[in-house]
Design a protein around this ligand. Structure first.
Ligand code: URA
Length: 209
């Protein structure tokens, strides 16, 4: 079963409360989502593997630590996931970035892929799929399936706010994928919005409505 990590860092909690407020405008919302993503990335990379390396400082030789595991990639789910990319790149600048776009077919209500561009060596990377809101879980489950179909085996999922329904679906469909959550909310409403949530993350990041 996948691990679910709900962040308890005070800075993350404080910033999430700020973006939840309905009076927070797009500029602050966008900047703050970036800051939250950076802090979450810091927490979600705690277990990356290190190796010893011999280096020389201006004062002499020493054995330092260097990342030794798989290279990293960030895959935002379009469009709201884009809001988390720069913050994550601030923490892991060598990561490559892929993109997945999905829309919901109005008849079948199933997610359909309309865009997928991944780094060529994605299957050799540790991939962080990011989307600020894990609501029903439909898009994230589909996006992760797309990655698996393309040979990606090491996947983590990161979101700012999650509903229990989305977490349950992710755990059922992708028990191998660890989930990093900024705040776990109460439920979904009848329109599949997270309550209390923060509204439409994409609209609030990009100032659309
Ligand atoms: N997507 C959002 O942007 N907000 C929600 O509450 C649910 C899905």
């Amino acid at each position: 079963m996948s691990k679910v990590h709900v962040m308890d860092h005070p800075l993350i909690q404080h910033k999430i409360t700020y973006i939840r407020r309905k009076e927070t405008g797009s500029k602050d919302f966008r900047n703050m989502v970036g800051e939250i993503a950076a802090l979450m990335c810091y927490e979600a990379t705690r277990d990356l593997k290190l190796k010893d390396v011999e280096i020389e400082t201006p004062m002499g030789k020493m054995v330092g630590k260097e990342l030794s595991g798989k290279k990293l990639a960030i895959v935002p789910i379009l469009r709201a996931g884009l809001g988390m990319v720069d913050g994550m790149l601030n923490m892991i600048p060598a990561a490559k970035v892929g993109h997945i776009g999905l829309y919901r077919d109005p008849e079948t209500l199933k997610p359909v892929e309309y865009y997928c561009k991944l780094p060529a060596d994605s299957s050799e990377r540790e991939v962080f799929v990011v989307d600020p809101m894990l609501a029903t879980g439909g898009s994230s489950v589909a996006a992760i399936q797309m990655l698996k179909d393309k040979g990606v085996t090491n996947i983590r999922f990161m979101c700012v706010i999650a509903a229990p329904e989305g977490v349950a679906l992710m755990q059922k469909e992708h028990p191998d994928v660890d989930i990093y959550i900024g705040a776990l909310d109460e439920k979904l409403n009848d329109h599949a919005y997270i309550v209390p949530g923060l509204g439409d993350a994409g609209d609030r990041i990009f100032g659309t409505k």
